[in-house]
Design a protein around this ligand. Structure first.
Ligand SMILES: [Ca+2]
Ligand SMILES: [Ca+2]
Length: 244
């Protein structure tokens, strides 16, 4: 009992603060299309097969008026020359996946914020030759509309797990993206008002797709810290049906 007392004293603080620190598991995600649980930590969004797509939406909505941090690993396959297409982390008021293929499940979603890790050059979207990162608004996958980027990255299709951290600091309205322990992007934006029209409660998910060329795409969940939000409307929960 003596040992329990400090914990019991802390419990009201934990619950009253509204913070959730989650050592999350794949079961906490709604999987769509080709997405499958690989093991207790990882989800395979798409297999190494042409013209498939998959999505994983975190079932709990988050409050963007509070900080969040997501720590995961990405695996974007093993084929550098012949791999495609990449994945996008999506923030959207509903669990809704957008157009697939080169749109990678983000295209056409509004209001939305997307953070893409793109491994295939689509000339008509102004993709660079290199694998790249971009922050994109409202389902716009052409880089003329990107908020930040495209930022060129070293080859991601190397079979390796790439540690990724996405953090949001609402006090400074700062979104930061760390990949392979290096800060790749820092972007200041009034997310709630300028992207989501004043609504601070969104779902987040990650989607991946292949086309004529392919790679398997996995995410492995490490640690999530966020404050749960109450959505203004019921979630669509069609994770993965999306737009055809
Ligand atoms: Ca592309
Ligand atoms: Ca590559």
């Amino acid at each position: 009992m003596t040992q329990l007392r400090p914990l019991l004293l802390l419990l009201p603080l934990i619950f009253c603060s509204g913070w959730i620190t989650a050592q999350s598991s794949p079961q906490d995600f709604a999987l769509g299309m080709s997405a499958r649980i690989l093991n207790e930590e990882c989800i395979r969004l798409v297999p190494d097969a042409p013209y498939v797509s998959g999505s994983a939406w975190y079932k709990t909505p988050i409050d963007l008026n509070r900080p969040f941090s997501m720590e995961l690993c990405l695996v974007l396959g093993c084929k550098d020359d012949d791999g495609a297409d990449g994945m996008v982390f999506i923030f959207h008021p509903r669990m809704l996946t957008g157009w697939r293929g080169e749109g990678m499940g983000f295209a056409g979603l509004r209001p939305a914020l997307g953070i893409e890790f793109d491994t295939y050059r689509n000339y008509h979207l102004a993709d660079p030759e290199e694998d790249h990162l971009a922050i994109m608004p409202n389902g716009r996958t052409h880089h003329a509309g990107s908020l930040l980027g495209p930022l060129k990255l070293p080859n991601l299709e190397d079979c390796k797990k790439h540690p990724l951290s996405i953090t949001w600091d609402p006090g400074n309205q700062l979104l930061e993206i760390y990949l392979d322990q290096e800060r790749q992007a820092a972007y200041t934006i009034d997310l709630v008002n300028n992207v989501f029209g004043g609504n601070p409660v969104v779902y987040w998910g990650v989607s991946a797709a292949t086309g004529r060329l392919s790679n398997f795409h996995d995410i492995c969940i490490k640690r999530l810290v966020y404050a749960e939000g109450t959505p203004a409307e019921a979630p669509a929960n069609n994770a993965g049906k999306g737009k055809e």
